[in-house]
Design a protein around this ligand. Structure first.
Ligand code: ADP
Ligand code: MG
Length: 261
């Protein structure tokens, strides 16, 4: 059975894309067949995987979603890029912002992506969606097609208010569109474990949410190497093997596999 995880937080710069890359590649390293989907018009996931000019790609996620909207034929394999680290990528680019506007006037606008993912599930063990920093229609589509949401949250930003809004949106999607949707957990990112400030925030998040939502007990440490990978086109496992951030992401991968198996 395929597991679909959306990596979401309407706040930008919290580590969604780095998490999506290293979760997807990490699962592939554990023998899973993985599709990563770039659901952000900025194409950050696509760029992070080494495709530096997402806007010049002829076929992307927006292309297939447009075909679905227009009732045109499409194939799951069309437009898929094969990354050297063993994952497949459905790239995303600026066309997604035009699509988001188009969606507002479309019937079943919240579930267009679900039609694509439903087919893709037949070919993969795991599908990881990297969301854009908003709670707009593209993110709703990503929540409506997922089995769970993984919420990266950097400690540098006081997370409580934004998290409440996100959790409310997830609840609404669950009630109205996707009853099976679960919250995988809150993953604290860019943590400087040496400072008390980081410890305070972790405690605050735990106090506020741990009884309702899992807060992962490990976190992703602040790492210069992690910040650099986005420009390298590779995962941390290649760019900084055995670094503290890559080890932490492997822990996340193992945790997620443990839950599925
Ligand atoms: P988002 O997708 O939520 O906008 P990104 O994954 O793009 O966030 O990360 C935001 C910035 O922080 C990027 O420049 C990225 O390289 C950097 N970054 C991500 N994770 C870490 C980390 N663990 N340590 C240091 N920098 C990080
Ligand atoms: Mg991103």
């Amino acid at each position: 059975m395929c597991k679909v995880i959306s990596v979401a937080n309407q706040k930008g710069g919290v580590g969604k894309t780095v998490t999506a890359v290293n979760l997807a590649v990490g699962l592939a390293r554990e023998g899973k067949k993985v599709l990563a989907i770039d659901n952000d018009p900025q194409g950050s996931l696509t760029i992070s995987l080494g495709y530096n000019e997402p806007d010049s790609l002829e076929y992307s996620l927006a292309t297939v979603m447009m075909k679905i909207i227009n009732d045109e034929p499409w194939n799951v394999e069309d437009g898929i890029l094969h990354h050297s680290e063993g994952i497949d990528l459905m790239p995303g680019n600026i066309d997604l912002s035009g699509l988001e506007i188009t969606l507002t006037g479309v019937m079943s606008r919240e579930t267009v992506l679900r039609e694509y993912v439903k087919e893709a599930r037949k070919h993969y063990d795991a599908i990881i969606l990297d969301c854009m920093p908003s709670l707009g229609m593209m993110t709703i589509n990503a929540l409506a097609c997922a089995d769970s949401v993984l919420i990266p949250c950097s400690v540098g930003y006081l997370p409580l208010k934004g998290l409440q809004q996100l959790i409310k949106t997830i609840g609404r999607v669950k009630r109205q569109l996707n009853p099976g949707l679960e919250i995988e957990g809150i993953l604290l990112t860019m943590v400087d474990n040496r400072t008390n400030y980081a410890k305070d925030i972790i405690e605050t998040v735990n106090d506020a949410y741990a009884d309702k939502i899992r807060v992962f007990q490990f976190n992703i440490p602040m790492s210069v190497r992690a910040a650099e990978t986005s420009a390298e086109g590779s995962s941390l496992y290649v760019y900084d093997p055995n670094g503290k951030a890559s080890n932490a992401y492997m822990e996340l991968v193992k945790e997620i596999i443990r839950k599925v198996d």
